[in-house]
Structures are given as C-alpha cells and as structure tokens.
Design a protein around this ligand. Structure first.
Ligand SMILES: *[C@@H]1O[C@H](CO)[C@@H](O)[C@H](O)[C@H]1NC(C)=O
Ligand SMILES: *[C@@H]1O[C@H](CO)[C@@H](O)[C@H](O)[C@H]1NC(C)=O
Ligand SMILES: *[C@@H]1O[C@H](CO)[C@@H](O)[C@H](O)[C@H]1NC(C)=O
Ligand SMILES: [Zn+2]
Length: 522
C-alpha cells in the first residue's frame, strides 16, 4: 500500500532532515574524535637533535646551597617597597644595589659583563657573546615589591626571610626576587666556571614594576633603543608551573605567557547643582551614577572564550585530561562557547573568558544634609586579547547610556601582541626545552597573563615576549602573590638557579633543529 497524501510528504521531509542532522553530528563527532586522539600523538616529539650547548653542568653542593640561600634571604630582608609611583623606598634600593655587588662579585668584575645603573636604581647588564652575529636576548625581573605588614596575619614577618617547613617566607620570595637573584646567581656560577656565551644577552632589573615601570623599565627600553638594539626574545616574570591547580588536569603544567590582557581605568562622574536635602531633586548625582555602575555590573562584556591565546592553552593541555573533558578541549572549534559558559561561573576562570569589569572606587557626598554636586566612580577593566581598548570604551559608553554620566579614560592600553609559540619560535622552544630538561614530568603550554609586567614596555625591541619562571604553584598559592604568607621552598629556589644556568647555555644554540613533519592540523 502506498500513501502519497500531504501528511506523508511532511513525514518524508522530516525523515530527510533528521537523517542529515544525524550524519552531520556523526561527521562532527568523527572529526572531533580524530582530533582528540591525534593531539596525543604530537606531544614530546620535539626534543631530539638539539645541538649540545649546555656543556657546563651545575650540581649544587653543600657550600653553594648555603651561599645561594644566604644571598636570597638577604635580598628578601631589604624592604624595597613601592608604595605609589612617587613613594618608593630609595634607601632600600641603594642597599639592594650594595647587596648585588657583594653577592655577585664575579659578575661585577668580569670583562665580559658591562653593568650600568638606569634611572638611579634599576640595573642593566650586557653579557658579551663570542658570536656577534647571533641576535641577543634579554632576561627581566624587578627588584621592588608591594607593601606588606606583619599585622595582616603573616606566619613569619614579611621581611624576615624566616624558614618554616622548608619554605622561605617573605614579601618578594615569588614576586619577583627569586628571578632577580636566581638569574644573577646562575650567571655568577657560570662565569666562575669559565663560561663565555656565544650569544650575547642583557639582564634588566627594574625598580618600580609594581607602580607601572615608568622609570625603570621604560628608561631601560629607551637606553637600548638609542643603541639600536633589537632582541631575539624577552623573558620576564608572569606564569609558573601549576601543580594540581587546574582541576581535572593530570600532572603539572608549565604555562609560558605569550600575551597579557590589556587594561583600562575609566572615571565616571556626574555633577549637579548642589542643594539642601530638605528639597531634594528627583534624582541625585549619586543615584544617577549608582544606576550607571549597576548597568555595567549587570551587563558584562561579551564572552570571547576561544578567540584569544587561551584557546591554545586548552588545546595543548587537552591530552592530559580524562574523557569527556579531553574530548571537549580537543575540539574547541566546536565547544568553545559551551566551555566559555562553564568557565565564566568562577571569577578566576571568568578572567579568561572576557574583558572583566571591576568597579573599584566610588566617592560622593560631604555632609548628611547636602545634596552632593559631584559623584565619581572608577572602573578598572582588563581587556581580552581579541578586543581593543577603543572597542571596550565604546561598549562602556553604550552600556552606561546616559548623557549625564561623563566618561574619562584615566589610563589604558591594548592587550599585548601574541608572541610566536610554534615549532619555529626560538624563544618559546628554548624556554620549553629548558623546562623539560629540568622538569621532565611537566607539560608545557602557552598561556595568557591576566596581570601586567614590565615586559610590556619592550614591545618595540622584539615581537617575542614570554612571561614565565619555574616557580611551583600548588592550590592556594596564587593568593600568596601580593597577599599574605608569600613563600618559596628552598628546593624551588635552588631549581630556579639551575634553570637559569641551563637556559643561558641553551640560548647558545645557533638555530633550532628542523621541526619534525607536522601532523598537527587536520
Ligand atoms: C660543547 O661541546 C661540544 C662537544 O664537546 C662542542 O662541539 C661545542 O662547541 C660546545 N659548545 C659550546 C657552546 O661550547
Ligand atoms: C626603607 O628601607 C630602609 C632600609 O632598608 C628601612 O630601614 C626602612 O624602614 C624602610 N622604610 C619603609 C617606610 O619601609
Ligand atoms: C636620579 O637622581 C638624580 C640626583 O638625585 C635626580 O636628579 C634624577 O632625577 C634621578 N633620576 C631619576 C630617573 O629618578
Ligand atoms: Zn612582579
């Protein structure tokens, strides 16, 4: 029996639609599965065939261990605090200068090293290479720290460098005196062992990073610019080795920062004629501004997860997750919007999903019975890699949507350009190799810094800026950073010295080995 009525035609159409949908889903699933497992195969292929340049090894002996820890502790005890842009402890900075000269006397006396002070308190070192045709690189770190007070609840006083359970406590133990001292300690040992680099390099130690680096880093940059210096890459602080911090990830991950979010501080203000509170206008400056601020909080910036370098982070780490996360993360081309919705639920992961909006100051009113003439609020936005400062300002204006609210940009800059991180990227591969040489169980992936560093001032000297130090972060450690109980284990500090010791030698390679045939992209 055949049925050719209209009801049958609809059914037939539905059938076709359903089966083609099914085929599409099946196809997507197949491609997704292939990606899920092919990313697996790619990992760990790259380390073969490097020219051996790390000819000098460092096995830290008892005497060196005492020495390097003593130097580090002395550095922590000097309170090189930056309070504000105009209030920095210059007495402490001068003391720090003395410490460097005393602790690293070989660095300061070597004929291979040229040292100079920049902006009175920042340090610039040039270590001459034997092959001037090799493009130099630069290591950065900063001497200053944010304030700390024992009364905030530190387990050991913040400038004591006291030891508890194998950890050295103190402001600056992570941010950023471990790289400051670690880099110079490594160079001191290299020079003592008779090392002379092939590739020349710079070391820059800024003294005001915590208040934007306008004096230290910016003057170092202008000195180098005047000399026509171009850099192969820059390595600064930023990301770390995360151990048990990313839920679901098997094993530790070293994230190398390849960009930084941009930033904007916007001042919103409403002014009105002042008046007596017995005859109030229908709307006050406070009410108008509060409503504008509320609109900004109710309307977050668009979800952009998957459009910036955070996508590469997840794809590199995918093979270290269990199914189904592995499946989802290997296929962000399909799932980025879904994952973005999950990540935006927590403040720390929301930072990777969008430009964040934080209302940080609100000032209005002087007297209980006076209608205030002026209300002001400050909003701090951290700009996602795929937006520009201007786009964000336009969005803020349209969300506020009220002519009476005046908007003014206090300070701001675009997100930093994305540094290369493929198989041909010299800096990225050198850092990656050095991490794997020293920490073979770690997975290396590109990452994005949600805070800012001195290295952002170096944009004109190189296109490749990386932000990483091999500091181990366990759950809860992120809060120590600019918070209380900042600490580093003695073992980890020693690992830092060894890391920079091998990094400097790894940079002597003339060029990277040819990349293996790539099965990356499907
Ligand atoms: C390291 O040693 C190898 C072999 O002994 C030598 O060919 C190479 O030039 C050395 N590299 C450096 C940077 O001294
Ligand atoms: C500044 O540093 C000096 C010397 O290191 C120290 O004695 C002094 O207490 C510090 N001042 C402040 C305000 O922290
Ligand atoms: C360095 O110190 C001198 C003399 O105290 C001062 O005039 C100058 O402004 C300082 N430079 C910077 C960049 O702070
Ligand atoms: Zn820092």
């Amino acid at each position: 029996m055949t049925n050719s009525g209209p009801k049958f035609k609809i059914l037939k159409c539905l059938k076709i639609i359903i089966s083609s949908l099914f085929i599409t889903v099946l196809l997507l699933f197949t491609v997704a599965s292939i990606r899920t497992f092919s990313l697996d195969v790619n990992v760990g292929l790259q380390l073969a065939q490097w020219e051996k340049t790390s000819n000098i090894s460092l096995v830290v002996d008892e005497h060196q261990r005492d020495e390097l820890l003593r130097n580090f502790k002395e550095a922590i005890r000097i309170p090189t605090v930056s309070f504000t842009e105009t209030d920095i402890n210059t007495t402490a900075l001068l003391e720090f200068d003395k410490l460097l000269r005393k602790a690293f006397s070989t660095v300061f006396s070597s004929i291979l090293v040229r040292h100079e002070l920049v902006a009175n308190y920042s340090h610039l070192f040039w270590v001459q290479g034997s092959q001037p045709d090799l493009v130099p690189y630069m290591l950065l770190a900063h001497i200053d720290v944010v304030p700390a007070s024992e009364s905030d609840g530190w387990e050991a006083p913040p400038f004591s460098a006291e030891e508890l359970d194998g950890f050295i406590y103190g402001r600056g133990t992570i941010d950023d005196k471990s790289p400051v001292m670690g880099i110079l300690q490594a160079l001191e040992y290299l020079l003592k062992k008779g090392y002379a680099p092939r590739r020349g390099f710079y070391i820059g130690l800024g003294h005001d990073e915590e208040v934007s680096g306008y004096k230290g880093a910016m003057n170092i940059v202008s000195v180098l610019k005047q000399r026509g210096v171009q850099l192969s890459f820059v390595l600064d602080e930023g990301l770390a080795i995360l151990d048990g911090v990313i839920s679901g990830l098997e094993g530790p991950a070293a994230l190398i920062g390849i960009s930084e979010k941009g930033s904007a501080t916007v001042k919103l203000s409403v002014s009105m004629v002042p008046g007596h509170s017995s005859m109030p206008p229908r709307e006050s400056s406070i009410g108008i501004l509060a409503a504008a601020v509320k609109r900004l909080e109710d309307n977050p910036m668009p979800r952009l997860f998957g459009h910036g370098p955070e996508r590469g982070t997840f794809e590199h780490l995918a093979h270290k997750f269990k199914l189904p996360m592995k499946f989802i993360m290997s296929n962000l081309w399909l799932f980025s919007s879904l994952l973005g919705r999950v990540l935006e639920r927590k403040p720390d992961t929301n930072a990777f999903v969008r430009t964040t909006t934080a209302v940080t100051m609100f000032n209005a009113g002087v007297k209980v019975n006076v209608i205030p003439s002026l209300a002001e609020a400050y909003v701090n936005l951290r700009i996602h890699s795929s937006q520009t400062l201007q786009e964000v300002l336009d969005l803020v204006q349209s969300i506020v949507g009220d002519q009476r609210v005046k908007m003014e940009l206090v300070s701001g800059f675009d997100p930093l350009p994305i540094s290369s991180n493929d198989e041909k990227s010299f800096g990225f591969q050198i850092i990656k190799k050095t991490v794997l040489d020293n920490f073979p169980t770690v997975t290396v992936a590109p990452g994005i810094c949600i805070g800012n560093t001195d290295s952002r001032h170096f944009r004109d000297l190189t296109s490749d800026i990386y932000r990483f130090a091999p500091v181990w972060f366990k759950p809860g450690d992120a809060q120590r950073f600019h918070g209380i109980n900042e600490r580093i284990s003695k073992k980890n500090y020693e690992e830092l010295v060894v890391f920079y010791f091998s990094l400097i030698q790894n940079c002597d390679i003339e060029k990277l080995p040819e990349p293996h045939s790539s099965v990356h992209e499907l």
